[in-house]
Design a binder for this molecule. Structure first.
Ligand code: ADP
Ligand code: ADP
Ligand code: MG
Length: 658
């Protein structure tokens, strides 16, 4: 076995590979761009090498710099993860020329499967059913239009070099063909530097079902199927194993076809054979066709690990180190059902536009598998894939696995960037999805309902207002015996703003009367609620609720319900608020509380130093925005806090007595 490997990737997959390597006693070297100098994968690895500026072309795609880093650190092998250089045969050859091991298939195997047209030809020869269509060298538009006509509408134009759903267009009528061809070509040219296309029959009621295979160069086994039909823009959102409605007969046929595909190219390592299935009459063994093979570990591999109990990265490392396949086909068994949801920084309501931003707060329940490469304080930058985390749940059957997913999504908290969290919750709850009534259009068909945010409830608005006023932390920290004299009934009006897609901004005014430590009466539009906080969380009008609230910078997010996000009007002007109602001093960024310079009850003057926060290796002084009295200290020295966390509360003199 290797003593040390280098991981030529970033994010969750780099972290995931490091975890297994450590378990096997293998040392790890991370590479990173300048943008990732403080990234989680760098922190987790034993050593790290900076390989260039943020742009992938100048860092993670620089094979030469990566190989140099491996040689310099004494790594014996390179794990490519997925994306980046993972399916680049020239890189594989360069790695081998340098005397290193590439943890993955041979350059020839990658080349054989690299172009969709050549791969289909090869699979036809190996007796694997391929999607009916046309692939060839003649790229003349007239000729392609004729081929489409002969196949019959609708057809799918695909880039032969395609990946990630790029360069793909569905065409329903002859008159739309020329424009679609033009669009597919230019997209493919831009993304892959290769504008060639092929034409496929568009399969009716298509389901994407893929088979995980594993080879050692001599023989191959399959590890059952995954259903990845829940897609947006031809990209996977939720994946599961096994496929709903799968029969033993169909599983056998697909597994054998996939193994045939792998053995036809002497495949070594983890790979996935993707099939498109016509599910218009249920799953039938004569209705699946080869689409493409991904010659790497797939994003959604954890669902297979969950149902087989096999660590696929361990197998990758062992096979790359020269071992035979650890198990024979008969010894690989399927247990229960697993689901993976991809949490993205994106805005589903705006056509799934990728989002960026600093993650101010991130928390997952700890009893499920989470694969992530970020933590609170990290930036989702425009440079890389906006995936934040993969959430994987397992259960004895599909219903329980999905139920656990629903609960996990409810318990997940993320603030600071737009995400698809609420969208995922709605998708998991969609009756058609629950029923296993899947096809690749399921998201598009229900898009309206999936992206429409429900109006926030009064309870959510009330909690958001408390957080906006900095009272949610105070509630948790308040000591009923000591601190209460500082918490005289305090009445304030808190404005919240809510952005609604296509509807503009709504302003909500909430009145809060603080009754005691962690006890508040909240009034919204004439309706009154009593909110109390105790060790178990919040009680609303006496009843315990699963809702949680987080303030992060200028935003407040409520979790556990409809997941609304509110913005606070003009956060910079808060300290100078004419009403003087809100003198909460907030952490402007995540950091360590170095010093609290004042005690409760202290009289301070405008500009006086109140606290010192250490962040990004610098100290930031927080000063009094006005003359006043320190009403409460809410943070402790030596404690790491998040952006937007209240540090102390300042009151104008005389206010407390009012
Ligand atoms: P999967 O079926 O595993 O989702 P995809 O083909 O969609 O496979 O891509 C896998 C991952 O690799 C995705 O996270 C995607 O962002 C990334 N990726 C795909 N193509 C490229 C590329 N050309 N360069 C860098 N990353 C890529
Ligand atoms: P990529 O390399 O971009 O992943 P694929 O060939 O794997 O491209 O196709 C991506 C997705 O497009 C599939 O998961 C499926 O949803 C859809 N798709 C591909 N081929 C067909 C087809 N012939 N008929 C219907 N849908 C298809
Ligand atoms: Mg694909």
């Amino acid at each position: 076995m290797f003593r040390r490997i280098l991981i030529a990737n970033r994010g969750e997959i780099a972290c995931r590979v490091i975890r297994t390597a450590r378990r096997l006693g293998i040392g790890t070297v991370a590479v990173h761009s300048e943008a990732d100098a403080r990234a989680l994968h760098v922190e987790m690895a034993d050593e790290a090498v900076c390989i260039g500026p943020p742009a992938p072309a100048e860092s993670y795609l620089r094979g030469d710099a990566i190989i140099e880093a491996a040689l310099a650190t004494g790594a014996e092998a390179i794990h490519p993860g997925y994306g980046f250089l993972s399916e680049n045969p020239d890189f594989v050859e360069a790695v081998e020329r340098a005397g290193l091991v590439f943890i993955g298939p041979s350059a020839e195997a990658i080349r054989a499967m690299g172009l969709k047209d050549a791969a289909k030809r090869l699979m036809e020869e190996a007796g694997v059913p391929v999607v009916p269509g046309w692939h060839g060298d003649n790229q003349d538009p007239e000729h392609l239009a004729g081929a489409a006509e002969a196949i019959g509408w609708p057809v799918l134009i695909k880039a032969v070099a395609g990946g990630g759903g790029k360069g793909m267009r569905r065409v329903d009528r002859a008159e739309d063909f020329p424009a679609a061809l033009e669009a597919a070509r230019s997209e493919a040219e831009k993304a892959f530097g290769d504008g060639r296309v092929l034409i496929e029959k568009f399969i009716a009621r298509p389901r994407h079902i893929e088979v995980q295979i594993f080879g050692d160069g001599r023989r191959a086994v399959h590890l059952f199927e995954r259903d990845c039909s829940a897609q947006r823009r031809h990209q996977k959102v939720i994946e599961e194993a096994p496929a709903p409605g799968m029969t033993a007969e169909m599983r056998d046929a697909m597994g054998q076809a996939a193994v045939r595909a792998a053995e036809a190219i002497g495949y070594a390592g983890a790979g996935t054979v993707e099939f498109i299935v016509d599910a218009s009459e249920g799953l039938r063994p004569d209705r699946f066709w080869f689409m493409e093979m991904n010659t790497r570990l797939q994003v959604e591999h954890p669902v297979t690990e969950a149902v087989t109990g096999i660590d696929l990265v361990e197998w990758q490392l062992r096979v790359a180190a020269g071992e035979e396949l650890p198990l024979t086909q008969e010894r690989i068994t399927l247990r229960g059902h697993a689901v993976e949801a991809r949490l993205y920084a994106e805005r589903p309501e705006a056509g799934f536009l990728p989002a960026t931003g600093r993650i101010a707060h991130l928390s997952f329940p700890d009893d499920v598998r989470i694969e992530t490469g970020v933590r609170a304080g990290d930036e989702i930058s425009p440079w890389y894939d906006p995936m934040i985390a993969k959430i994987i749940t397992h259960g004895p059957n599909r219903e329980i696995a999905l139920q656990r997913m629903a609960l996990t999504l409810e318990e997940t908290e993320i603030a600071g960037t737009a995400t698809n969290l609420a969208f995922l919750s709605r998708l998991v709850g969609l009756p058609a999805f629950r029923a296993g009534d899947l096809d690749t259009a399921i998201i598009d068909r229900h898009l309206e309902a999936l992206v429409r945010a429900a109006a926030p409830t009064d309870a959510e608005i009330a909690l958001a207002a408390l957080a906006a006023a900095g009272l949610e932390r105070a509630a948790m920290l308040a000591d009923p015996l000591l601190g209460f004299h500082l918490w005289q009934p305090l009445v304030q009006t808190v404005p919240l703003l809510r952005q609604e897609e296509g509807k503009g901004e709504e302003r909500i005014e909430v009145r809060i009367a603080t009754l005691g430590p962690g006890r508040h009466r909240v009034e919204i539009d004439g309706k009154r609620l009593t909110l109390e906080h105790d060790a178990g969380g919040w009680r609303i009008d006496g009843a315990k609720t699963a809702l949680r609230v987080r303030r992060a910078g200028g935003e407040v997010a409520v979790f556990g319900g409809t997941n609304p996000v509110f913005t606070l009007p003009d956060p910079l002007a808060r300290g100078d608020d004419a009403e003087g109602a809100d003198g909460t001093i907030l952490a402007p960024m995540p950091g360590l509380v170095r010093q609290i310079a004042v005690a409760p009850g202290a009289r301070v003057t405008r500009g006086q130093r109140l606290a010192v926060l250490e962040a990004m290796k610098m100290e930031h002084s927080l000063t009094a925005p006005f003359d006043g009295v320190v009403a409460a200290v809410l943070a402790e020295e030596g404690v790491q806090i998040e952006a937007g966390a209240p540090i102390l509360v300042l009151e104008e003199e005389g206010e407390a007595a009012a």
